[in-house]
Design a protein around this ligand. Structure first.
Ligand code: CTP
Length: 418
């Protein structure tokens, strides 16, 4: 991220008040930010605030001749590594989807040749309107990435999806987008996975407590997403089974969205047969067995309701021990906070996986939600420590190893250790 440049287009929504915080976070990470404010956006936040925090002039009008002489809008749209639209209103999304260019923001979005990340923010009905859904699909098809919107109470008093993602979630999506770009594309001739089907699980699972509450974990889905993209780049057909992740799924893979561990297991089963499986999801170990069908209310006693838990299916262990239809190569992950190697090696044998990718997820490593990862690949030959690198580079290296294993005369062996 350090040294990257972002063109940040701020649309007109109440969520614009969160943008100064996002700029502060980006500046702290050494990212250059050039703000662009739409006239509707200027109703919620001032150009002065944005330019002061970004330490860069805030652009506001298309026909600002002084600025035009300093930097034309074409140049402005291409000087960045990534264009971020936050908040993206229904109006801005509609302009983007149809290619309208009638103000500075929409002109920059039409003129840019850089990747675009959009953080929508609007009323729940506007988000659910068929026109907005259509526009979202068109933009996703054009390769635009999305972060959010989230579900929650809205400034207009309604409840539902439409609230802009929080600044830390937008930051994680920016990290993933920039990380993805920092990687040199796979060598064009390396399509060794063409004709292979690889299954990838990714993201957290959400285990409901009642219709509005759930138990989750801090997985952003960034590593699983990068792995799916790397496998795709090497020619594989990828089935991407994802829980509710912070980062958008990659283009060009089959996306199967699930919420709970049990749904994830069923989706994995439906996606079989596969040549290889990479289980990068942070699956919840338990689900609430007495989840409420209605929202659980306080009963006035001051006592908390007692939640009871049942164990979730272990998808990795189940897949690794399938008697028929087991993928030739099954790769699991082990996110640990202590005795990483010992726990991860034991996990490989216990679950019957061929390989385990182990990582240390103590908060001080910055790996959970960050752009980088430091992993050890554990195979039947023992542990192999990889240097700290971008998650996209970990993904590419792993995809190359998977191609070696699936296409070369390599024997790998859970069966040897089992
Ligand atoms: N996994 C899975 N299904 C589960 C739990 C985990 O498929 N119900 C997979 C994960 O996708 C990952 C691996 O198992 O590939 C390790 O997950 P982890 O959560 O680290 O292991 P746990 O089973 O929770 O082991 P422990 O409780 O010892 O940490």
């Amino acid at each position: 991220m350090l040294g990257s440049r972002i063109l940040l287009i701020v649309g007109g929504g109440i969520a614009a008040f969160k943008i100064p915080e996002l700029i502060r976070m980006l500046r702290r990470e050494g990212v250059g930010v050039t703000p662009v404010l739409t006239s509707a956006g200027a109703e919620f936040v001032t150009p002065l605030t944005l330019s002061a925090l970004a330490e860069s002039p805030c652009h506001t009008a298309l026909f600002d001749l002084t600025r035009e002489s300093e930097m034309g809008h074409i140049q402005l749209s291409r000087a960045a590594d990534l264009v971020v639209v936050a908040p993206a209103t229904a109006d801005l999304m509609a302009k983007m989807a149809t290619g309208l260019a009638n103000d500075l923001a929409s002109t920059l979005l039409l003129a840019t040749d850089k990747p675009v990340l959009v953080a929508p923010a609007m009323n729940v009905r506007m988000w659910q309107h068929p026109a907005t859904r259509r526009n979202r699909d068109v933009l996703a098809g054009d390769g635009v990435a999305f972060v959010g919107p989230e579900e929650g109470d809205m400034a207009c008093g309604e409840y539902g999806p439409g609230r802009m993602a929080e600044p830390d979630a937008i930051l994680a999506a920016i990290r993933a987008a920039l990380g993805d770009m920092s990687r040199a594309p796979a060598a064009p001739e390396d399509h060794r996975l063409a004709g292979k089907h690889v299954l990838v699980t990714s993201g957290p699972t959400h285990e409901p407590i009642d219709p509005v509450r759930y138990i989750a974990n801090r997985s952003s889905g960034a590593q699983g997403t990068a792995i799916a993209a790397a496998l795709r780049d090497m020619g594989a057909r990828v089935s991407f089974v994802t829980g509710p992740a912070d980062v958008p799924p990659p283009a060009g893979v089959e996306v199967i969205r699930v919420e709970t561990a049990r749904q994830m297991r069923d989706a994995v089963e439906s996606a079989l047969p596969a040549d290889a499986a990479v289980m990068a999801a942070a699956v919840a170990d338990w689900h609430v067995s007495n989840a409420g069908e209605r929202k659980i209310k306080k009963d006035g006693s001051g006592r908390m309701p007692v939640l009871e838990f049942n164990e979730n299916p272990d998808i990795l262990a189940w897949l690794s021990r399938l008697e028929s239809g087991r993928p030739k190569l099954v790769v699991g992950f082990a996110a640990e906070t202590d005795d990483v190697l010992a726990h991860a090696s034991a996990k490989r044998l216990r679950k019957g996986a061929d390989w385990i990718v182990a990582n240390d997820v103590r908060p001080q490593t910055g790996i959970m939600g960050g752009a980088e990862n430091a992993v050890t690949l554990i195979t039947s030959d023992g542990p192999e420590e990889w240097p700290r690198m971008f998650k996209s580079d970990v993904a590419r290296r792993l995809a190359e190893r998977i191609a070696d294993a699936l296409t070369g005369p390599v024997l790998f062996g859970a069966e040897v250790d089992a």
